[in-house]
Design a protein around this ligand. Structure first.
Ligand code: 13P
Length: 289
């Protein structure tokens, strides 16, 4: 199956009351692991590259070719969108040009008028090539904010203005944070989520960033209130690292040819597949392909 825009499957998720995973990849193994998890779950997914991960992997064209060719060689039948995560303006344009089927333009650090203006330009360029667009208003905190008890809450009027630009799905802070949640995290703000969902209407899927570490009940409540895409990165990193650590600590790399990277990286890769499948079940998108 060819890469698809995320628009249709996220609208279906919004209407059907379930969520779709946006899983970040970092290399060949992770890309295969995510595809395998999606196929075994019969779920649509977005495979996302941050700008940094794409650079690490050899550039956007490499990422595009890798995902496209793996879909082919692994006989993947479920809908897969290749998505740029938190892209700057030039990077979003570049990804659209090389064939990404979805991009996030993150202009949240810009003055709001600039964010809106550039969002419209990205929408025009992406839609001309059939790609979907995610934009963000406000900003979603990261590890450096670990001392605060709650992530930012997006301004509701700004959400409405951004929704009018023609974007396909909207990232908005509802107390979520990227990375590991601090012990004093106060949880998601469901009243704020309800207000945003009401203001932007039922045709605008909302995106929950920082999906790692949010308890199941909060994730599912967020989905019931309008979240249709949940981003997961840190948890994949954690399970990959833990499984690799276990392999080495058990001395398996010293047994026979256990040092062969195909063996050394196998437990971590399987752990990513297992996590992807577990999260797809949490989100309710299994058998929704
Ligand atoms: P986590 O790393 O917290 O899962 O967040 C991922 C994310 O939101 C990517 O944009």
């Amino acid at each position: 199956m060819a890469l698809v825009s995320a628009k249709d499957f996220l609208i279906a998720a919004r209407k059907g009351g379930y969520g779709v995973g946006g899983f970040n990849t970092n290399n060949l193994e992770w890309t295969k692991a995510i595809l395998k998890g999606a196929e075994e779950s019969q779920a649509p997914v977005l495979i996302q590259t941050s700008m940094g991960a794409a650079k690490y992997m050899g550039g956007y064209k490499v990422c595009y070719d890798l995902v496209k060719d793996l879909i082919d060689s692994m006989d993947i039948t479920v809908p897969i969108a290749l998505h740029l995560d938190h892209g700057e303006y030039e990077d979003a344009l570049k990804c659209i040009e090389v064939g990404y089927s979805s991009v996030m333009f993150d202009g949240s650090a810009l003055p709001f008028d600039d964010n809106i203006k550039k969002a419209k330009e990205i929408v025009a360029a992406a839609h001309a090539k059939g790609a979907s667009v995610e934009c963000e208003v406000g900003s979603i905190g990261g590890e450096e904010d670990g001392v605060i008890g709650r992530g930012e809450l997006a301004d509701i009027n700004e959400c409405v203005e951004m929704a009018k630009t023609g974007i396909d799905f909207l990232a908005c802070g509802i107390g979520n944070i990227h990375g590991i949640y601090p012990a004093n995290w106060e949880g998601l703000d469901f009243e704020h989520l309800k207000a945003i969902a009401k203001a932007v209407g039922p045709d605008m899927p909302l995106v929950l960033h920082g999906g790692s570490g949010i308890p199941l009940d909060q994730v599912q409540k967020a989905i019931s209130l309008g979240v249709s895409k949940i981003n997961v990165n840190t948890e994949c990193q954690q399970v990959f690292a833990a499984a690799t650590r276990k392999y080495i600590e058990e001395g398996k790399d010293l047994e026979g040819k256990g040092f062969d990277p195909r063996k050394l990286l196998a437990p971590g890769t399987q752990a990513v597949t297992d996590l992807v499948k577990a999260r797809i079940e949490w989100f309710g998108s299994q058998y929704k392909a």
